[in-house]
Design a protein around this ligand. Sequence first.
Ligand code: SF4
Ligand code: SF4
Length: 272
Amino acid sequence: MPKEFSVIWFQGAACSGCAVSVLNSLSPTIKNVLLDELVPGKHINLLFMPVVMAASGKSAIDVIIDAEKNKSGEYILIVEGSIPKNDFGDVAEKSMEDSVEELSKNASAIISLGTCSAFGGIPKGKPNPTKSKSVQEFLNSKNIKIPIINIPGCPPHPDWFVGTVANILLFGIPQLDELSRPKLFYGKLIHENCERRPYFDKGKFAKKFSDEGCLFELGCKGPYTNADCPIRSWNSGVNWCIQNGSPCIGCVEPEFPDLEAMYKKTHWSEEK
Ligand code: SF4
Ligand code: SF4
């Protein structure tokens, strides 16, 4: 019998885009991830995930209550979305803050999936009407010390999530950067591997969309954004932002979305 790893996927202030992105994993397919052994002898047992679970109402919430009471230290908690202040979001008549606090205390590890969860993202963007916090900020405010892995992205690439979980099952927690992101996926700047880099080095900059040249003058945040999009690509290798003619908007960084207007040139050395 394969060893079971219980997972609770909790959604805070989020658009469900991270869930949709991960559900589109193609290699392995999400069916393989959820029903088969993700790595030899180890199987993910997804106990709770609002986007795909058939249960609703009391029977769904009972899964969370049971995990909090009877599975302490035995499940991995995935949080998608930021944590809004009380009054701005309830789960079964309990505030999101209280729900995440209870679930976090009893988790063996936490994965903050997506930029909203990892850094606050869109909900925390100015003026932050729901007083949202990232999961790490929220846990710090409650003095909860549980290992946390951030997998930012708006949305995150399915490989970043599935690869991190597979790495945990095979080898333990992967090497993380100073923002708790796996170096495996976030270890290099977009700018280092960008196919338009020769244009940057020669000073040939696009002045409008669809021009040939580097997209820096059109607001590209690739010089200070850490992700492997240029070498991994998206949609199973079909394309990625810059190949498609759009500047990188820095969606995996803590400053997203407030650093600068998305398509405005950013002077990162002074302003970051
Ligand atoms: S398009 Fe962006 S990432 Fe690519 S070379 Fe220009 S500034 Fe760097
Ligand atoms: S290229 Fe930039 S904006 Fe596009 S997905 Fe990668 S990190 Fe996000």
